[in-house]
Every structure is written in structure tokens, then in C-alpha cells.
Design a protein around this ligand. Structure first.
Ligand SMILES: [Zn+2]
Length: 91
């Protein structure tokens, strides 16, 4: 079976999260990189994913430094509604 040289969006998005990890081989890294250079949707997904990782890391570090800090129930509900709205599940 012949392997396609370029990844499609589905393949790219599933591998983009592992782009910096060593478990992604050189050829797959190259395929992801090429796709990110030609596809704005996947590039935006990748950038947003990286930003989310950074912010999540900061949030966890802050929680570890200040374990007494927790989100209020109102803030949790606000975040939940924003995520559901963003996903188009709620309005
Ligand atoms: Zn794409």
C-alpha cells in the first residue's frame, strides 16, 4: 500500500498535539509542518492548542504555588457555559 506524502486535516490535527514530542517521527513531523504551512485552519488549531497548553501550565503552576486558590462555583459555571457556547452546544 502506497503512503500518501501529505497529511490531510484530520491526520494533521490528530498529530499536531504531539508535534514537539519525540514520539513523532521525522517524516510525520515534516508532513505536519508542511500541512500547517498550507492550511490556515490547522495552523490556527495548532496555535490555539499551544496557547492553551501554556495557559494550562501557568494555571497548574499557580495552583501548586497557591493550593488554597480554587475557582468559585459561579466561575466554573461561567467557563462551562462559555465552552458549550463555543462548541455550539448551548446558546
Ligand atoms: Zn488542515
Amino acid at each position: 500500500m502506497r503512503t500518501k506524502l501529505l497529511f490531510n486535516c484530520k491526520q494533521t490535527s490528530s498529530l499536531a498535539d504531539r508535534f514537539h514530542e519525540k514520539q513523532l517521527g521525522l517524516l510525520d513531523k515534516w508532513r505536519v509542518r508542511i500541512h500547517l504551512n498550507i492550511c490556515d485552519s490547522c495552523k490556527n488549531y495548532y496555535v490555539q492548542s499551544e496557547l492553551l497548553k501554556v495557559e494550562l501550565g501557568r494555571f497548574i503552576a499557580n495552583l501548586q504555588d497557591n493550593p488554597s486558590q480554587k475557582l468559585s462555583d459561579n466561575k466554573k459555571k461561567e467557563i462551562e457555559l462559555a465552552v458549550l457556547k463555543d462548541l455550539g452546544i448551548s446558546n
